[in-house]
Ligand binder design. Structure first.
Ligand code: CDP
Length: 806
């Protein structure tokens, strides 16, 4: 069609820019089996590594005899801590400032801990060989319960830290204590509690669970001894950080290390950290001079790499009799397992737990967190959440329900009474955050109207009465949750990973024909970055998204970035993308003016072109400008059309949402059925509504899993339970409820395109919503707080405790 006669709307539609439900471009290869994952990397002469793991949760290693394994044909090496010690690699630094054993040094601290790394010609030989390694143990007493970890006579777990009275986050109170972190005004908070009309106090346990991505953690390390260069393909959410850590650990210069994260099959926080498998593969490749592959199996993934949560939150609210919340006080006992390997920005030992005042205008608050060691796997990763915001929102949203019940008030009314009001933004919370924007009352009301809230409560009352008369064995729960997320870490003045500031980056290059290649410091694990970053550029530069290729994950080509987790891609790299595009547009404006023979101030932007002000028929399209950038430039201007931006955000973004869950619970079987789940999300400017909906569906499904059954638990001997998909609840389409989604749009005032993150919001809001539904169903029977996960057995047990089976 002639460029002149196309309307602006038609030209905008061709671009498939922001706001368009553009289909995911990456799915073309995924749905045809053409993805390229780490396990698809097959190199000549490649060997395979596998771990000998501890059968004990706590034991001294008396001896390791690998002779039988080494005698097995095809076995090339067996590495133990003794081999790594001379290289100073038997321990590695964690993101939380602790160290973690790469291979157990004299003692094991959790079941399935890595003891030896067997390298063989294929995986099957390696698997046979690990059975032939004899490890002699002397069993030691086990600490599983975090409340027992600091008992005076508790067994000493970390002998390597025995003499250390001070850790990376201050003084340690006990040899199994990691840190004490306090935020807020304790005297002022205590004073309010001392005089409050109503005080609630409950222990809300957020149980240990696991991100369980479908693709487990894996890598291929290949050392080229001739060039002195190391290439690592790995399931890395933050490839640049991995390269820096490997350089610091190995002494290999950073420019001689090539880290490539190819397609990744889900991460959810599991693929942020550095694991023994990566270190051992690199060491084995350096020692043996051939590529070495390590691929975790499912049980290894669930039982050893990065658990999530395990927070025990004693939560108190102080309020007036008519429901004005005056203060909040929380003490968290955080079970970190054998090593403190939490994936948090360096200075936040409990992540963003201090967002725990939630969506409410609470004048004073105090938060205290104690981290302890136990005989469990380490981790504490942000499973589809921004550094403990999920735990924080769970605490406040359960506390709100408990307070409402105590006051005899509807919990929505209590929320409405205490919400931060629209005119209070930017809002400074009692625990130090500056919320950028929000309209909570409007969002909550929209959801109440959509679900017919009053009618639901009337129906519930009728069912309760029928239950009391013995006419039904079903209970009905109406779960409400309102959440504020905090995503986009972060301003580098606040947030760093091992000293590297948490900015992010984008580099955009326009070729002469007007097509684009753009590279970011983030790394998609399924979120659809190839689709959505192209949409931002399409809108900013007027080039169709189909003419834009997005690349991530190769440290040789992508600009340095801190990776993808904590829903930071859109708030940080998305902003970098917009800013880099605007730099290009500024240059394009000068080229356009030159081509149109007018001053640059006399041209204006119009969707996909610059036109002369007042003369819309005189214009140059971005494609024409791109061509000119390589052959017809204003005098003195350098050729080419490209830009890079490293974006250090001024603040985080604060998406929010209102959720309602309607649930029916059979007291005789404990089976809970979700009748309805309505989720309203506000992530500011929406880049791709279809992808947002997909993110919400995924996040809600994981929230359903975690709240209704998913758990990694331990028996008294420290045997890990739930470490296979036979026991660990991973919902399929059969169990997953139907989701209804909705939205409001409250742009972030400081983000170049007004966008906030969304990937994790549904998980953060979904878990308290499900749990509130369960608790709400039993609340009229004065059941007290019911701990998650709410599987059928536990719900049946609650009914039994309440005497409902008599
Ligand atoms: O960091 P991560 O990619 O996990 O999270 P995110 O920044 O929340 O983005 C998840 C996906 O949702 C990406 O494909 C984003 O481009 C998309 N998104 C969107 O379309 N609009 C928003 N306002 C936020 C995210």
């Amino acid at each position: 069609m002639n460029e002149m006669i196309r309307t602006q709307a038609e030209r905008a539609e061709v671009l498939q820019g922001m706001g368009c439900k553009r289909k995911r471009t990456e799915d073309i290869r995924f749905t045809q089996g053409r993805g390229n994952y780490v396990d698809d990397v097959k190199l000549p002469g490649m060997l395979f590594g596998d771990f000998v793991r501890s059968s004990h949760a706590h034991a001294r290693i008396k001896s390791i005899d690998a002779s039988k394994a080494l005698a097995l044909p095809g076995v090339k090496a067996v590495l133990t801590a003794a081999d790594l010690k001379p290289l100073n690699l038997h321990y590695m630094p964690t993101l939380a400032g602790d160290v973690a054993a790469v291979l157990a040094d004299e003692k094991v601290l959790f079941q399935n801990q890595e003891i030896a790394f067997v390298v063989a010609e294929d995986r099957y030989i390696a698997a046979d060989a690990i059975e032939l390694v004899d490890v002699e143990y002397e069993a030691l007493p086990v600490v599983v319960d975090p409340f027992q970890a600091m008992a005076p006579d508790a067994p000493l777990l970390r002998e390597d830290l025995k003499e250390k009275r001070v850790g990376p986050h201050g003084e340690r109170k006990h040899y199994n204590h990691i840190f004490n972190w306090q935020v807020g005004d304790k005297p002022a908070t205590d004073a309010v509690f001392a005089n409050a009309e109503v005080v609630t106090k409950d222990l809300f346990t957020y149980h240990r669970t696991h991100p369980s991505p479908l693709e487990t953690c894996q890598c291929v390390a290949s050392m080229d001894k001739v060039k002195g260069e190391l290439t690592i393909w790995g399931t890395f959410q933050a490839p640049h950080v991995v390269r820096t850590v490997v350089s610091l650990l190995s002494g290999i210069a950073e420019h001689k290390i090539h880290v490539i994260a190819p397609d990744i099959g889900g991460g959810f926080g599991n693929k942020v950290g550095v694991y023994p498998g990566y270190v051992c593969s690199v060491v084995a490749s350096i020692v043996l001079g051939v590529p070495v592959k390590w691929v975790e199996d499912r049980m290894e993934n669930l039982s050893t790499t990065s658990f999530a949560r395990d927070y025990h939150m004693t939560t108190e609210l102080a309020a007036t009799k008519d429901g004005k919340i005056l203060a909040m006080r929380i003490h968290v006992l955080a079970d970190h397992g054998a090593f403190d390997a939490c994936a948090d920005p360096s200075k936040w030992p409990a992540g963003f737990m201090n967002i725990c005042t939630g969506s409410y205008d609470i004048p004073v608050a105090h938060l205290e967190v104690d981290g302890v060691y136990t005989n469990k796997a380490s981790g504490g990763v942000a499973y589809r959440c921004s550094f403990r915001v999920t735990e924080a929102v769970y605490a406040i949203e359960r506390a709100i329900e408990v307070l409402a019940h105590r006051l005899g008030m509807d919990s929505v009314e209590l929320r409405m009474k205490n919400f931060i009001r629209a005119e209070q933004f930017p809002y400074h919370s009692a625990l130090g955050w500056e919320y950028d924007s929000g309209n909570y009352h409007f969002a909550m009301q929209k959801v109440m109207d959509a679900v017919g809230y009053s009618a639901l409560r009337a129906e519930q009352k009728a069912i309760q009465e029928a239950f009391s008369r013995g006419e039904t064995r079903q209970l009905m729960g109406v779960g409400v949750a309102f959440f504020t997320e905090i995503v986009g870490a972060g301003p580098s003045r606040n947030c760093d990973i091992l000293g590297v500031g948490m900015f992010d980056s984008a580099e955009i290059r326009i070729h002469p024909t007007g097509s684009i290649v753009a590279r970011m410091g983030t790394k998609s694990q399924g979120q659809g970055h190839e689709t959505t970053y192209a949409q931002i550029i399409a809108t900013e530069l007027g080039i169709p998204a189909d003419d834009i290729t997005i690349e991530e994950g190769n440290t040789d080509t992508a600009p340095y970035g801190l990776g993808t987790y904590g829903s930071r891609s859109t708030p940080v790299a998305g902003a970098a993308t917009a800013v880099a595009a605007r730099k290009i547009r500024a240059k394009a404006q000068m080229i356009a003016a030159h081509l149109l023979e007018v001053s640059e101030y006399d041209v204006e932007w119009d969707i996909d072109r610059f036109r002369v002000k007042g003369l819309p028929e005189k214009f140059k399209t971005m494609k024409e400008i791109a061509w000119a950038a390589y052959n017809n430039l204003p005098p003195g201007m350098e050729p080419g059309l490209e830009a890079v931006n490293y974006y250090d955000p001024p603040n985080m973004t604060y998406p929010f949402g209102a959720y309602v869950c309607v649930m029916d619970i059979d007291v005789d079987t404990g089976v809970a059925k979700t009748r309805r789940f309505y989720a309203l999300d506000d992530c500011g400017t929406r880049i791709n509504p279809m992808i947002i909906e997909g993110q919400v569906h995924g996040g809600l499904t994981e929230a359903f899993a975690v709240s209704m059954g998913q758990e990694i638990s331990y028996d008294a001997q420290g045997n890990v339970m739930g470490a296979s998909f036979m026991d660990f609840f991973l919902p399929t389409a059969v169990e997953t409820p139907k989701w209804e989604t909705d939205f409001t749009v409250t742009p972030s005032p400081h983000h170049p395109i007004g966008a906030k993150g969304v990937g994790e919001s549904p998980h953060v809001g979904g878990v308290p919503c499900f749990s509130n539904a369960v608790n709400d169903a039993f609340a009229f029977l004065e059941a007290g707080h019911i701990q998650m996960p709410h599987d059928a057995w536990r719900l049946w047990s609650v009914a039994d405790r309440l005497g409902l089976h008599a």
